[in-house]
Design a protein around this ligand. Structure first.
Ligand SMILES: C[S@@+](CC[C@H](N)C(=O)[O-])C[C@H]1O[C@@H](n2cnc3c(N)ncnc32)[C@H](O)[C@@H]1O
Length: 210
């Protein structure tokens, strides 16, 4: 029997509304913390995995400067179209977009030989296979590269009362609230730091590839 799929998909038909509906007032804290922990430097190349509409680009382009490069990778052409408009509007010349699946992309799809840092904000839990995406990230993040994963889980402690809201937000974004993809980074990276935000709902982990 054919599977019924709603015509509304947050990353295709909904892409134009993503910035409005993504709860940026609440979730910005995760990207700000993650980018601060990642510490992109002038001249560096940063890969933004599952970049979506490019909400990380402003902070990343400012940090890497004109001699650096930001590479946004996403599988949705609709999200990338919005990201492209953002790049044009801001006249950023140091951002490239790559349409690829995070669970199976390869280094030769990227417009740079060397990646200094990788960021994935609220993306790995949406891929359907965070382990596969993490293996691809490890394959392009050479020893010494920094990697930061920001993602969501059920709130903890006193904030557990907000679990139904957190579940709703994750299901609207098709995110697996149980995926906890930062734990892959904790397992494989070195000098890992973790920050817990918004009642534990947002976790940001950053480390260096061995
Ligand atoms: C919740 S949005 C996060 C976007 C952005 N990182 C942010 O912080 O606003 C998840 C993004 O992951 C992308 N995505 C989901 N699965 C993917 C996959 N397998 N490969 C590449 N991108 C994927 C979606 O298209 C979407 O743009």
């Amino acid at each position: 029997m054919a599977q019924h799929r709603s015509p509304w998909d947050p990353y295709t038909s909904g892409a134009r509304f993503y910035d409005l509906l993504s709860g940026e007032v609440f979730y910005r804290a995760g990207r700000v913390a993650g980018i601060a922990m990642l510490g992109p430097q002038p001249g560096e190349v940063v890969l933004d995995v599952g970049c979506g509409t490019g909400l990380n680009f402003e902070r990343l382009t400012t940090a890497v400067g004109p001699t650096g490069r930001v590479i946004g990778l996403d599988r949705s052409e609709h999200m990338l179209r919005v990201a492209h408009d953002r790049i044009d509007r801001n006249r950023w010349t140091n951002v490239s977009l790559v349409r690829a699946d995070a669970t199976c992309f390869t280094a030769d799809q990227l417009p740079a030989d060397h990646i200094n840092a990788v960021l994935a904000t609220y993306a790995l839990s949406v891929t359907g296979d965070p382990d596969a995406a993490w293996r691809r990230i490890k394959s392009v993040a050479k020893p010494g590269a920094r990697v930061c994963v920001v993602d969501m889980q059920k709130p903890t402690g006193w904030a557990q009362v907000f679990t139904p809201l957190a579940r709703l937000a994750c299901s609207m974004g098709r995110s697996d609230i149980e995926a906890k993809p930062w734990q892959l980074l904790q397992r494989d990276a070195r000098q890992v730091q973790v920050r817990s935000l918004r009642g534990g709902h947002i976790q940001a982990a950053c480390g260096t590839m061995p």
